[in-house]
Design a protein. Structure first.
Length: 313
């Protein structure tokens, strides 16, 4: 059954926005756990809130003196900003609202319930005592919706659009975490605070729900190079960049006339493989992640041009 481009566009962007809300929630939750474990003196090693705004794509970077409340409002509750958690959930809901006939009814109900929760509780989310519950609800409901779709949705073009949106957004977030947080930690060698390094690298892994799987894959102490390699290249871990690109390519392989888009995916793989993380090379890692992000943008443009711009009956 053919899928109208306007429907494909809304499903694709609903998936991207929902993934963005989940990933941002996970990022904030992991960072505040790390921040609580570090003494104030460790801020010289990069344990400040302001870099999270860079991870989230703040144009021109973030003010170095941005405090916790300012950053949390920016990431979680700014209703005028589509990239905030509240803004992303609202945008995902609006996109699915007009395409409810394509998705299982339970999926729409799950997303609508989440939107009502974040809309009602957004003003309290900046408070530490309530923040964990807010973040946990966003993460859990996003996973719940994904589970509903995985177990009940027909594997047709609409399903593939959902997968394309989620995995492209996921790959983008992983490169941002590596390019900002991991690169910043690497840049502090050898002048940083080595007694806190493992705690901060654990925080990087937790921000992508990767700590336990990393420990299963890489035995022994946590090193920055091993963390970066795992998050970029381990195709068995579903939040690595390589795994996300594999899933994107697999979905494209099941869609019609996807050759040009798959060429962009192959180019992104090539850019990714050219990245060689080094413990003393944080600035180069940041630059490498920017190149991967550009490659991901070319995939998005190709998907838009091929599937989302004009109806292909």
């Amino acid at each position: 059954m053919a899928l109208l481009s306007r429907v494909a566009d809304r499903i694709y962007w609903a998936a991207r926005y929902l993934e963005r809300a989940e990933d941002t929630s996970r990022l904030v939750r992991a960072f505040q756990e790390v921040f609580a474990d570090l003494p104030l003196s460790a801020e010289d090693g990069g344990a400040r809130w302001a870099p999270l705004m860079v991870v989230a794509g703040e144009p021109g970077g973030a003010r170095s003196d941005a405090d916790e409340q300012e950053v949390v409002r920016f990431l979680l509750t700014d209703r005028a900003r589509p990239g905030s958690v509240v803004g992303s959930v609202a945008a995902a809901r609006e996109n699915l609202r007009t395409t409810r006939e394509v998705l299982p009814r339970e999926a729409w109900q799950a997303l609508n319930d989440l939107w009502m929760f974040v809309d009602r509780e957004a003003d309290r989310a900046a408070e530490r005592r309530f923040r964990d519950r807010f973040l946990g609800r966003v993460i859990d409901d996003s996973r719940r919706l994904d589970g509903i779709l995985t177990s009940t949705m027909t594997r047709d073009a609409a399903w593939e659009m959902w997968r394309l949106g989620r995995y492209l957004e996921r790959a983008d977030m992983t490169t941002r975490v590596v390019g900002v947080r991991a690169a910043a930690l690497m840049s502090h060698y050898p002048t940083g605070r080595p007694e806190y390094d493992e705690v901060q690298w654990m925080g990087v892994l937790r921000s992508l729900s990767a700590l336990q799987m990393f420990q299963r894959a890489v035995h022994g102490s946590i090193s920055g190079v091993d963390v970066v390699r795992f998050l970029l290249y381990d195709r068995r871990f579903p939040r690595s960049v390589a795994s996300a690109l594999d899933e994107i390519d697999a979905s494209l392989g099941r869609l019609r006339r996807s050759e040009v888009v798959r060429e962009r995916v192959a180019e992104a793989f090539s850019v990714l493989r050219s990245t060689t993380p080094s413990v003393v090379d944080g600035s180069n890692l940041d630059s490498a992640m920017e190149r991967v992000q550009i490659a991901l943008t070319t995939i998005d443009v190709a998907i838009t041009n091929r599937y989302l711009r004009l109806d292909d009956e």
